[in-house]
Write a protein that binds this ligand. Structure first.
Ligand code: NAD
Length: 392
């Protein structure tokens, strides 16, 4: 079939297998050129098919030389219908990893479930013995807990209504958006989905089964950002979940004396998840423009290789005074933030293309689904069926 992007709001419902393959290949090239002596040998990545989780897997494999086991929740393509981008990314990753002699297997299913935790444990036991690092990179709208309750996360403020500029992604116009506060119930549900409870469940399950090294490292990802996004993010419902995630990192470290759990605060980037947050995409497109001018713009793979080459190894982590790894260090530089704010105050529909990197935003957005990759013929007849080796 000829595969073109089909967008609905801030999601793209199609994905291009050859494009995804090409993008994974270029991330692999980057990781290969940035070798790490972090010492990780067997890494479990939960949420490994897109965004930060995918790049963590690529960097663990190609910068550190680690065996990787990925947990994904994706759909294969069928005749006449494309699969999810995460499926194609994983198929491509395994194809390259196997050709390069690296162990790579994948489990497809709901990472929140007991069944998938058990399957993962079984696979570690059979193939790897124990893992020495666990990356927790889920970004999910919903979680069903073991008692059958389904919780949905919301992206709302917590105290009062908040009005600010946003970009309408349908036509790149600047509009005002008013976000209403979440109810207590919505905040609790958001913490259930995006907080640390499931991360701890994973570490408990791995530890009880004896398939995690006693001195393993585990990392989950968070975001802080500038004050203009505070009501939506850090001080919003998702921020409450991230606070819980951070508290969980301390709880894990305390509970398992040898295991070190960290939260890494990453840069704001275009991913499937961040596109859904009001205000944030406009901030990101301004930030991209400024960081590209400063020459320190990074995407997921640059961030994740920096995690493994500079910030984290099997026996140390560089953290701030609160104990958080800060990969948002360039983003939060005072001069960069001042420049973003200056633009923020003056950005309008008329000048958006000059003052923000709208092109970069959209190119990253379509890139998430395999569109716009160099050297791919998007008019070519393409087979949407592309198997993941370990799931054949
Ligand atoms: P993403 O949407 O690109 O990736 C999320 C991954 O989780 C995908 O591979 C998805 O398939 C997987 N997933 C979701 N539900 C699942 C389930 N039930 N079972 C198995 N896999 C599941 O998101 P992302 O932006 O890379 O986010 C990853 C983490 O990084 C999140 O904690 C997010 O808050 C954090 N983070 C993101 C940004 C950003 O700007 N994007 C910045 C800092 C931190």
């Amino acid at each position: 079939m000829i595969i073109k992007p089909k967008t609905r709001g801030f999601i793209c419902t199609t994905a291009h297998p050859t494009g995804c393959r090409q993008i994974v290949r270029s991330q692999i090239e980057y990781a290969k050129a940035h070798k790490s002596d972090a010492g990780f040998k067997k890494v479990l990545i939960i949420g490994s098919s897109m965004g930060y989780g995918l790049s963590s897997r690529i960097s663990a494999a190609y910068s550190c030389g680690a065996a990787t086991l990925g947990v994904i929740f994706d759909k294969p393509g069928t005749e006449g219908r494309t699969g999810s981008a995460g499926w194609y990314n994983t198929a491509a990753f395994e194809e390259f990893a196997h050709a390069d002699g690296l162990y790579a297997k994948t489990i497809n299913g709901d990472a929140f479930s007991k069944e998938i935790k058990e399957k993962t444990i079984e696979m570690i036991r059979n193939d790897l013995g124990k893992v020495d690092a666990v990356i927790y990179s889920l970004a999910a709208p919903k979680r069903t807990t073991s008692d059958g309750t389904t919780y949905s996360s919301v992206l709302k403020t917590t105290n009062s209504e908040y009005t600010n500029k946003t970009i309408d992604l349908k036509d790149n116009t600047i509009k005002e958006v008013t976000i209403t506060p979440a109810t207590d119930e919505e905040i609790t549900a958001t913490v259930k989905v995006m907080g640390g409870e499931d991360w701890l469940d994973w570490i408990d399950a791995l530890s009880d089964a004896g398939v995690i090294e006693e001195n393993a490292v585990t990392v989950a990802y968070s975001y802080i950002g500038p004050e203009i996004t505070y009501p939506m993010y850090t001080k919003g419902s998702i921020g409450k979940a991230k606070e819980h995630l951070f508290e969980t990192s301390k709880q894990i470290t305390q509970k398992y004396k040898g295991i070190s759990a960290y939260v890494s605060v990453n840069k704001a980037l275009v991913t499937q998840s961040s596109a859904a947050i009001p205000v944030v995409p406009l901030y990101i497109s301004i930030l991209y423009k400024i960081m590209k001018e400063y020459g320190n713009h990074e995407g997921c793979i640059e961030q994740m290789t920096r995690l493994f080459t500079d910030k984290l190894s099997s026996n140390t982590a560089k953290t701030d005074e609160n104990g958080m790894i800060r990969l948002d260090d360039y983003e939060m530089q005072e001069d960069i933030q001042k420049a973003v704010l200056d633009v923020w105050d003056n950005v309008s529909t008329e000048n958006i293309k000059e003052v923000a990197d709208i092109e970069g935003y959209w190119s990253d957005f379509f890139g998430l689904f395999g569109f716009g990759a160099d050297g791919v013929d998007y008019d070519a007849d393409t087979n949407p069926v592309y198997d993941i080796d370990s799931l054949k």
